[in-house]
Design a protein around this ligand. Structure first.
Ligand SMILES: NC(=O)c1ccc[n+]([C@@H]2O[C@H](COP(=O)([O-])OP(=O)(O)OC[C@H]3O[C@@H](n4cnc5c(N)ncnc54)[C@H](O)[C@@H]3O)[C@@H](O)[C@H]2O)c1
Length: 334
């Protein structure tokens, strides 16, 4: 389907479920962006879930979002159980404004929900020539190192910087071997998942996506990944007042209350210590790209380059909608 038409449909659906025109537009843009960068697990495949959560009153379609300025550079937002896209959009815009004024800003958000791709928000700040860190916690998916039960989410870590070219550096990675969205898509479409990604309920390695969802996902790099997942839970959950320690509810399966996810954004002017950051980052990237390459590698990419390429490739194409999602759209639109 053509992007503008799809966007119109998504906006119509969100408005039907009670979101304001502005909030519907913010949410539709985030979902479309996920499709365009190829992050299908965070795109249309989640539309029905958001609508179900609104219907069951665990996402507040008309939130009264409170923005508390703790200082010129520190802001605490209570999102009042808004859809996560809206909380994060307000949060990153506040962070940008404040960092432009003060050099650095810290924004903590509580009572939010799943916000999709961290890189989507980081990109907004990078486009304003700012360095950005984004953290969010997520429902239990990864077993802490040494534990048999999931507790940490796939808790993405995102670091982004302008590069003085039109392609930003955006490292945006889950701390699980693969992100949960990809496993959900595999479960819905009956595809297998790679080896070494998850264990089933009894602790045995599995390539069955459904068994993986019922079992545990593995963190990247063993105890190191487990430690990173923990750090993200502390920064985005413990510190902001959001849920933490395994209390974030699964958005697809648990409608017993709002998720109360926490997000933390840190936004920094790049030239605080050196006047020529742009030149230095350019030189830094150049040195790495010039390294001798292993066989089969044409170019050493920096994080974000691959997504940028996918976005450029997809932007003028129609968005492919799998049959099961087309059915969702039809039902939600009815
Ligand atoms: N909101 C949530 O609860 C939640 C949870 C988990 C993940 N996510 C989102 O899901 C998205 C996907 O996460 P992921 O872990 O699957 O990402 P990924 O594995 O696709 O990519 C991870 C990072 O590696 C970079 N990369 C990929 N190939 C590369 C290459 N050849 N050379 C250099 N860099 C390369 C990417 O640009 C990216 O920055 C992210 O945007 C993340 O924020 C959200």
């Amino acid at each position: 389907m053509k992007t503008p038409l799809l966007k119109k449909q998504i906006i119509k659906i969100f408005k039907k479920f009670g979101l304001s025109k502005d909030h519907a537009l913010i949410s539709a843009n985030a979902l479309i962006n996920a499709e365009l960068v190829g992050a299908y697990g965070h795109g249309l495949s989640r539309l029905k879930m958001y609508c179900d959560r609104i219907s069951k009153k665990v996402i507040n379609p008309k939130p009264k979002i409170k923005i508390k300025k703790i200082s010129q550079s520190i802001i605490h937002i209570d999102a009042n159980n808004s859809i996560g896209f809206v909380a994060a959009d307000i949060g990153i815009k506040e962070a940008i404004k404040s960092a432009k004024k003060t050099g650095i800003s810290l924004v903590g958000i509580k009572n939010s929900g799943h916000y999709g791709l961290s890189g989507y928000y980081a990109e907004q700040a990078v486009k304003k020539n700012l360095i950005t860190f984004c953290f969010t916690n997520a429902p239990p998916a990864i077993a802490p190192h040494g534990a048999r039960k999931s507790l940490f989410g796939t808790n993405p870590i995102c670091f982004a910087t302008p590069t003085s070219s039109k392609v930003p550096f955006i490292l945006d990675t889950s701390v699980s071997v693969v992100n949960r969205g990809k496993i959900r898509v595999a479960a819905r479409t009956g595809k297998k998942i790679p080896k070494g990604v998850a264990l089933d309920k009894s602790g045995k390695p599995t390539i069955d996506a459904k068994k993986a969802l019922a079992g545990v996902q593995l963190p990247i790099a063993g105890f190191r990944g487990s430690g990173l997942a923990w750090m993200v839970d502390i920064l985005s959950g413990v510190m902001t007042g959001g849920n933490h320690g395994g209390k974030v509810k699964d958005p697809f399966d648990d409608f017993s209350g709002p998720q109360n996810i926490g997000h933390l954004f840190i936004v920094i002017k790049p030239n605080l210590f050196v006047a020529n950051y742009n030149q230095r980052i350019k030189e830094n990237i150049k040195r790495i790209k010039r390294l001798p390459k292993i066989k089969g590698v044409k170019e050493i990419l920096y994080p974000g380059q691959n997504k940028f390429k996918r976005y450029k490739k997809n932007i003028n194409k129609e968005i492919n909608i799998p049959t099961n999602i087309a059915e969702d759209l039809k039902k939600l639109n009815a």
